[in-house]
Ligand binder design. Sequence first.
Ligand code: NAD
Length: 368
Amino acid sequence: MVANKSVLLMPGDGIGPEVMAQAKRVLGWLQESKRASFAITEELVGGASIDAHGVPLTDAALAAAKGVDAVLFGSVGGPKWDKVPFDIRPEAGLLKLRAELQVFANLRPAKVFDALVEASSLKPDLVRGLDIMIVREATGGVYFGEPRGIETLPDGTQRGINTEVYTTGEIQRVGRVAFELARKRQNRVCSVEKANVMESGLLWRQVMTKLQQDEFPDVALSHMYADNCAMQLAKNPKQFDVIVTGNLFGDLLSDLAAMLTGSLGLLPSATLGAKDATGRLPGFYEPIHGSAPDIAGQAKANPLAQVLSLAMMLRYSFDMDEDAAAIEAAVERVLAKAGRTPDIAAPGRAVLSTTEMGDALLAELQAI
Ligand code: NAD
C-alpha cells in the first residue's frame, strides 16, 4: 500500500515518549492490518530539544510539522527546564507549533466510559453517559495578546501585563468549528465568555449570535458566563453538548471537565485549522495531560489519552471514522475487563504498567 498519509510524531518529555511508544504500536497495527499506510517521521520538541539543540523547537522540526498531514504530540516540560528563560521554555515550543501551524480550534472531548463511572469525583448518576465536547480557541486571547510583559514603574515596583483580545474573524472561525461539530452530535452549542465584565466577551457573544443566525439557524445556541459554566459543569454536566469558548476559559473549563471523567490519563485532544484551497486541514493531536514528572520513567503512565488522540487524528485528519471507532471500542473493552494503570486502578484488578496496558489494547485490536 502506498504511504499516502504523513504523520510526524513529537514525543517530547517526561511520560511523553512512554505513552507515544504505545501509540506507535497502534499505528503499527493499523499498517499491519492493511487499514492504512503512514509515512511516519519523528522530531524532538520541548526539553528534549533544548538539551540537544538549545531551543524547544528547531526550524527543521517546525518545517517537518508544516510538511505533514498531521502531528501527533506527546507532552513537554519538567522541573529540569524550570529555570530556562520564558521564551525558550519547553512550553514555548508547543505554543509556537500551534501558532505556526495555524491550528486555532482545540477540541477536547470529555466522555465518561461506563467502566469508569466510579472513578469520577461526581456521583455516578451525574456522569454516567456523559459525552461533551469543549471547543477552545487556541491561538488568540490573553495567552497571545499584546501588550504583554513585566515593566518597572517609576516608584520601582513592577506591573505585569497581559491582554485579552479577540477579532470578529477569530471568533467566527472557531464558532464555525463548534457549530459544525454540533450538527454531528446533539445540535446544541453553548457559547461561554464574561460579556458582563469584558468587552472582548461582549464582542464574542455578538459575533456568535450573528453567526448562528446567518449560517447555523438549525443549531440551538445558548450563552453562559464562564464562572456559571464552571458551576454548571460540576452540578449538571450532562446539560451540555458542545461548549465553545476562548483560550483562557477553555483551558480552565476543560481541565474541570477532565476531572469529571476520572483521569487526565484518558483525555485526548485535537487542534484543527481551516481547510486550505486543496482541502488540506492542519491537524495537531495531543493528550491533555502534561509530562507528569512525578511518575516519568516508572512505567506508571496511562497511555490511553495518547492512543485516543491518535483515534481523533484518524477521524479528523484522515476521515477514518471506522478505525477511530474501533480503537475507541478497544479502549472501552480494556477498561471493562483488563487490569489498569495506577491512575485508574480499582480494587480487585491487576495494576498494569504502561506497556502492559498497551499489550491489553493490542490484544483487543487484534481480536477485531
Ligand atoms: P500533568 O498533567 O503532567 O500531571 C498532573 C497529574 O496527573 C500528575 O500527578 C501526573 O502524574 C498525573 N498524570 C498526568 N498524565 C498522566 C497519565 N497519562 N497517566 C497517569 N497519570 C497522569 O500536569 P502538571 O504536573 O501540572 O505539569 C507537569 C509538567 O507538564 C509541567 O512542566 C507542565 O508545564 C507540563 N505540561 C505540559 C503540557 C503539554 O505538553 N501540553 C500540558 C500540561 C502541563
